[in-house]
Design a protein around this ligand. Structure first.
Ligand SMILES: Cc1cc2nc3c(=O)[nH]c(=O)nc-3n(C[C@H](O)[C@H](O)[C@H](O)COP(=O)(O)O)c2cc1C
Length: 344
């Protein structure tokens, strides 16, 4: 047992553990990954990208793999059912990447139809061959993200966690659902706990962690080396900092949206604090986008919807997207909306 990033850990005794932003297609673009890190995420992974498309130099696929000197580590995630394409794509990414993550969890039919993503949970030998071939081809660590199994027949994850380290996987993230479940039901943390016991490499628990109480419950139950958060971070990258504060891993005063204006924070009530937080996150997203990829209207619109979700007046501001002349004007109108709401 140790405390390094590649060593498993014992039972959780309240100490800080890794909090990762889950890879999410259409959500975890470069500025959002950078924002999540500033909000307290230890790591962030790109959305999954088709390894075969990368080997064919498909421009849209390479765009999903964009990074910047500000991003360290850069962790691209690839998927595919063709071993040679997975190896080639990993090799192409290696010069820029610090870690390569392999996706064995995607339930989308267009992915599973080609025996990629979570479908590979039903073909453990092929899955292990892919991990082995990629690990042998690149010099950087290779990690794997998977589900419990396909949901047809017994779950394969417990067998896989015992064999994956030999194949070269340095860390394993488990989403506690089967392929068949997609996102239905409740994530099964018991099986993740069993996987943690059986694995000689760190296991990261994923599924249904949304705040400090659920983070504490998951760490207690699973003894995982860390947690990965997906849906709970959409429009709420602050969740990472909130968990750190809630679990006593950092002081509230050090949260960037508090440190930005401690007096305003001290004077604000709970609702005003929620607006202050969202406004800081939105402004920072825009700054990070301007510093890296430039403002991409599609990304910005998606995040604007998520950042304003549930807020009074949020619907109206979303309609604004179509009235604004350009991306800058739209970004500013969302900021004004979130700033104005603070004063309500
Ligand atoms: C919109 C969306 C896109 C996703 N895209 C990916 C992806 O590209 N790669 C991946 O491994 N998982 C993907 N996932 C799954 C998440 O990484 C995560 O495993 C899942 O949402 C469960 O975690 P949660 O309960 O914290 O959301 C996606 C999930 C969502 C909601």
């Amino acid at each position: 047992m140790g405390t390094g990033p590649w060593e498993p850990m014992g039972p959780w005794e309240g100490e800080p553990r890794s909090l990762m932003l889950a890879p999410m297609a259409g959500v975890t673009d470069l500025p959002f990954r950078l924002l999540a890190r500033e909000c307290g995420a230890s790591l962030a992974i790109t959305e999954f990208t088709n390894s075969t498309a990368l080997t064919r130099e498909a421009t849209t696929s390479w765009r999903r793999m964009e990074t910047h000197a500000m991003e360290d580590p850069f962790i691209p995630q690839i998927f595919g059912g063709d071993l040679d394409d997975m190896v080639t794509a990993a090799g192409l990414l290696e010069p820029q990447a610090q870690i390569i993550d392999l996706n064995f969890g995607c339930p989308a039919p267009k992915v599973t139809r080609v025996c990629a993503g979570a479908a590979l949970m039903g073909h453990p030998d092929l899955l292990l061959d892919i991990v082995k071939a990629v690990s042998e081809h690149v010099q950087i660590p290779v990690t794997a993200k998977m589900r419990l199994g396909t949901g047809q027949g017994p779950d394969t994850v417990l067998d896989l966690v015992e064999r994956l380290p030999d194949a070269g996987a340095k860390r394993i993230c488990i989403h506690g659902r089967t392929l068949r479940q997609r996102y239905a039901g409740v994530a099964n943390w018991d099986t993740i706990a069993e996987a943690v016991q059986r694995s000689i490499v760190p296991v990261i628990a994923n599924g249904d962690v949304v705040d400090a109480p659920s983070a504490a419950a998951c760490l207690e139950q699973t003894a995982a080396a860390g947690l990965m958060i997906g849906r709970g971070a959409i429009g709420r990258p602050q969740v990472f900092g909130e968990i750190r504060v809630g679990l006593g891993w950092m002081d509230e005063a050090d949260l960037p949206w508090v440190a930005d204006d401690p007096n305003a924070w001290a004077a604000a009530n709970d609702i005003e604090r929620a607006f202050l937080t969202r406004r800081w996150c939105w402004s920072r997203y825009i700054e990070l986008a301007e510093a890296t990829t430039g403002l991409r209207p599609k990304w910005m619109q998606r995040h604007a919807v998520a950042f304003t979700k549930g807020l009074p007046g949020g619907r109206a501001i979303r309609a604004e997207m179509h009235n604004q002349p350009d991306a800058q004007a739209f970004a500013a109108s969302v900021e004004v909306f979130l700033g104005g709401a603070t004063a309500q």
